[in-house]
Design a binder for this molecule. Sequence first.
Ligand code: SF4
Ligand code: SF4
Length: 98
Amino acid sequence: MTLSTELDCQACGACCSYSSEWPRFTTESDADLDLLPAHFVWADQTGMRCDGERCSALSGTVGSYVSCMVYDIRPDVCRACLPGDEACLTARAAYGLM
Ligand code: SF4
Ligand code: SF4
């Protein structure tokens, strides 16, 4: 796997808009989850709430300019997603971002 330092997440957002099943909470503590605004989280506390395939905490336009409204307290799976990894490239390809 070759990670890229050239991909600009703030001009992308594809991985935040790729699946209604993602991001799911994994290793977060209850204290960490309590920090997330409730309207961004599924009622059953399994993950970030999505609007369609797009995480509700993503603002902006995918492929143009985006930001994460909970960046400092984002879930662990979001921290683990790195520009240029397999999941990144799959999500980008779905949006025609190569
Ligand atoms: S798909 Fe890749 S480049 Fe785009 S926001 Fe996610 S990690 Fe960053
Ligand atoms: S919490 Fe932030 S980084 Fe994670 S999917 Fe949502 S918008 Fe993207």
